[in-house]
Design a binder for this molecule. Structure first.
Ligand code: NAD
Length: 249
């Protein structure tokens, strides 16, 4: 589906945060869709076996250890690839803190990874993209608000604003920029919470369950497809309808 001419080879998709969770599911889904995938993550220890497993499934995936907050390491990941067709910015961090207890160190770290990390990866990708390129950021339903994670809410609202701004500046170059806003999803990020908290979060989902990472990857694949590249500046909530409200929660 994503094949260019035989000389050009398949389209190339770069995915950050690809060692686990939503990023890993996205790397698998895009590779299954015919992309060559460059899987980028800070953790080489987790990325190496994850990519080995994808390769054993017959998928065209390459691992690059990258810190999205470090421009030189992001640039190095692009060095050996001839093109950038798709950039998925899934790397992110989350932690819990009551607003009254939050300090600047935790707040700045959240913005550094979740906002500056997206900015650097998206900008370096856009600089290498041709007309028809697609950038997908991963924001969060949390951008609408929430308790005990004001710094995360702020970071994900910023990602939505950044997505719209990038879409406006890049539309004449015909580079599409969109965001997926996941709801509560079953990944190592959310599994790092105590089991009783995970269960409590599931109970307030309309479906009564966390999303599977593959469900998010399917939505990301929609924006990654060359067939949808006329859609730009949009944020798609993939949250089983929770953002619609009306549940008394
Ligand atoms: P996860 O913690 O399971 O995976 C995130 C990956 O990002 C990890 O492999 C981690 O090593 C990597 N990473 C972190 N900092 C990095 C850096 N500086 N450079 C490169 N890689 C880095 O998380 P997930 O649940 O798969 O979340 C993926 C994205 O989706 C994040 O942006 C997250 O905020 C967002 N999200 C998740 C949920 C959810 O419920 N899981 C909900 C809404 C939004």
């Amino acid at each position: 589906m994503t094949k260019k001419t035989p000389e050009q080879g398949p389209e190339i998709a770069f995915v950050t945060g690809a060692a686990q969770g939503i990023g890993l599911a996205t790397a698998r889904r895009l590779a299954q869709d015919g992309f060559r995938v460059i899987a980028m993550d800070l953790s080489g220890d987790r990325l190496t076996p994850a990519v080995a497993a994808l390769k054993s499934e017959g998928l065209d995936v390459e691992a690059k250890v990258v810190d999205v907050c470090n421009r030189a390491s992001v640039v190095a990941a692009f060095a050996r690839e001839p093109r950038v067709d798709v950039m998925v910015c899934a790397a992110g961090i989350y932690n819990d803190a009551r607003f009254l207890d939050l300090d600047e160190t935790a707040f700045r770290r959240m913005l550094e990874v979740n906002v500056i990390g997206v900015f650097i990866a998206a900008q370096e990708a856009a600089r290498r993209m041709q007309a028809g390129g697609r950038i997908i950021t991963i924001s969060s339903r949390g951008a609408l608000g929430g308790t005990r994670f004001a710094h995360y809410v702020a970071s994900k609202s910023a990602v939505i604003g950044l997505t719209r701004a990038m879409a406006m500046e890049l539309r004449e170059a015909r580079i599409a920029v969109n965001s997926i806003a996941p709801g509560f999803t079953d990944t190592p990020m959310t599994r790092s919470a105590p089991a009783e908290m995970f269960a409590a979060w599931e109970r307030i989902e309309p479906s009564g369950a966390a999303a599977k990472p593959a469900e998010l990857a399917n939505a990301i694949a929609f924006f990654a497809s060359p067939r949808t590249s006329f859609v730009t500046g949009q944020t798609l909530f993939v949250d089983g309808g929770k953002s619609l409200g009306g549940l008394g929660i």
